[in-house]
Ligand binder design. Structure first.
Ligand code: COA
Length: 373
C-alpha cells in the first residue's frame, strides 16, 4: 500500500515551537505568548528580536546591549559593498541583490554573533542597494538611531518622525514570525543539516521571494493604483476573477478568517494616514478590500477567502514612502529575526528534516543509444 501523500505538506506538523502560534480558524496569532495586537504596536523592533531569541522581554540593560550590538554591526564589508555596486550595474531586483548580499557574509563558529550581524546588515544592504539603483550615493548607517529608524534614514536621507518609526516597528513586529511558513521551514531544513545560520537565512530569502509567499504586497498595491477610483473596483476585480486570476492580498493557506495581522496593520496604517491629513487613498483601499471580499465569496463560494497580511502591508509601507520594489525586502528584514529564532530552536532538536516521496514515474525502461533517440 502506498503511503499517504500530503501535497504542500498541508496539515503536517513537523516541529514544536515556542515562537508563534497561528490559529487559522480563530484568526489568532500569538508571538512568544503575546497576542499580536498586544505586542506589535508596543514593542520596539529590538525588543521583539530579543523576545524571540531569548524567550522573554529584555530589561533595560539587556535591551541596551542588543541595541548597541546591532548598531555596531550595521556597516557592510568592502566585499559586500563591491558586490552591491556590481549588481546595481546589472539592474538586478532588490530581492536578488539582497539574496546575493546576504550570501556574501562569511559565517563564523559563533551563531549568536552571526545572528546579530545578519539582522543588523539586512537593512543596510537593502537601503544601500536601493540608493545605488537610483544613482544615489549610499549613506553610512547611523549608530544613534534604532534598527527601524536607521533603515528609514538610510533609504530617505533624513531622520524619520516618531510616527514613521512606530509604524515601521509595528510592521516589523507583525511579520517577525508566523509558524512554519515556507521560508521559516526552509531555514529550519537548512539548519537541520548542521549547516550555518547565514546559509539558512540565504535559503529563506529565496523562499520568501516567491509571489505566493512574500512577493504579494507590491502587486496588491499595483492593483489598487490600477483601480484608481472606488467606482472602478467592482468591474476591475470582476474581470480579474472572470479570467481566472488571483487577487493579490487575499486568501491564505492557514487563515480561513481575516488575517489578524491585517487588523494590526490596518490600525497602524490608519494612524499614519490620519497624521498625513488626506485619507482619500486609505478610503479607496478600504473600498477595494470590501469589494474584493464580496466578489471572492461570489466566485469562490465556500473557500473563505479573506484579506491577508500583504494587503495592509502594501498600504502601510506606501505610507512610509517605500516604493513597491522594497516591500518584499522590508518583509525580509522583519522576518529574518524569526528565521534565526527558528534556527536556534531547530539546532536544539538536533534532528535532520528529511521527508519522503512516493515514486510515480515509469519502471523497467531499457536503454536507447544516443544515435537512436
Ligand atoms: N484570488 C482568487 N482566487 C483565489 C485566491 C485569490 N487570492 N486565493 C485562492 N483562490 C482560489 C483558488 O483559485 C482555488 O480555487 P479553485 O478551487 O476554484 O481552483 C481556491 O481558492 C483554493 O486555493 P488554493 O490554491 O488551494 O489555496 P492555497 O491555500 O494554496 O492558497 C495562497 C493560499 C496565499 C497561495 C492563495 O490564496 C493566493 O494565491 N493568494 C494570492 C497571493 C497572496 O496574497 N499571497 C500572500 C499570502 S500571505
Amino acid at each position: 500500500m502506498s503511503p499517504e501523500v500530503h501535497p504542500g505538506l498541508e496539515g503536517v506538523v513537523a516541529a514544536e515551537t515556542q515562537l508563534s502560534s497561528v490559529d487559522g480558524l480563530a484568526g489568532e496569532l500569538i508571538i512568544a505568548g503575546f497576542p499580536l495586537a498586544e505586542l506589535a504596536p508596543n514593542a520596539t523592533a529590538e525588543e521583539t528580536i530579543y523576545l524571540l531569541w531569548n524567550g522573554q522581554l529584555p530589561n533595560a540593560s539587556q535591551l541596551s546591549e542588543l541595541q548597541q550590538a546591532l548598531a555596531s554591526q550595521r556597516v557592510l564589508s568592502p566585499a559586500t559593498l563591491d558586490l552591491l555596486r556590481a549588481v546595481a550595474a546589472e539592474k538586478a531586483s532588490t530581492m536578488d541583490a539582497l539574496r546575493m548580499a546576504a550570501g556574501s557574509l562569511i559565517s563564523t563558529d559563533d551563531p549568536d554573533a552571526d545572528a546579530v550581524r545578519v539582522v543588523a546588515q539586512l537593512p543596510t544592504m537593502v537601503a544601500t542597494y536601493w540608493r545605488l539603483r537610483q544613482g544615489q550615493a549610499p549613506l553610512e548607517p547611523r549608530t544613534d538611531l534604532s534598527h527601524a529608524a536607521n533603515y528609514l534614514y538610510m533609504l530617505h536621507g533624513s531622520a524619520p518622525t516618531p510616527q514613521q518609526v512606530r509604524a515601521l516597528e509595528t510592521y516589523l513586529n507583525t511579520v517577525v514570525d508566523h509558524g512554519l511558513n515556507a521560508s521559516t521551514f526552509t531555514a529550519r531544513v537548512i539548519t537541520s543539516t548542521g549547516s550555518d545560520l547565514i546559509s539558512a537565512v540565504v535559503g529563506a530569502v529565496g523562499a520568501l521571494k516567491g509571489p505566493l509567499h512574500g512577493g504579494a504586497p507590491g502587486p496588491a498595491l499595483d492593483m489598487v493604483f490600477a483601480i484608481g477610483k472606488p467606482e472602478n473596483a467592482e468591474p476591475y476585480l470582476r474581470q480579474k476573477l472572470e479570467s481566472g486570476e488571483r487577487l493579490m492580498g487575499f486568501g491564505h493557506r492557514v487563515y480561513k478568517v481575516r488575517d489578524p495581522r491585517a487588523d494590526v496593520l490596518a490600525l497602524a496604517a490608519d494612524k499614519l494616514f490620519e497624521g498625513a491629513g488626506d485619507s482619500s487613498f486609505y478610503d479607496l483601499v478600504r473600498h477595494v478590500e470590501e469589494t474584493a471580499i464580496a466578489l471572492l465569496a461570489e466566485y469562490k463560494p465556500g473557500r473563505r477567502l479573506q484579506t491577508n497580511v500583504e494587503f495592509y502591508t502594501a498600504f502601510l509601507l506606501h505610507g512610509l514612502d517605500l516604493p513597491t520594489d522594497l516591500f518584499t525586502p522590508t518583509f525580509t528584514i522583519g522576518r529574518a529575526a524569526g528565521w534565526i529564532a527558528h534556527c536556534f530552536e531547530q539546532r536544539a532538536t538536533g534532528r535532520l528534516i528529511r521527508p519522503q516521496s512516493v515514486y510515480v514515474g515509469p519502471h523497467n525502461r531499457t536503454w536507447t543509444p544516443l544515435d537512436e533517440r
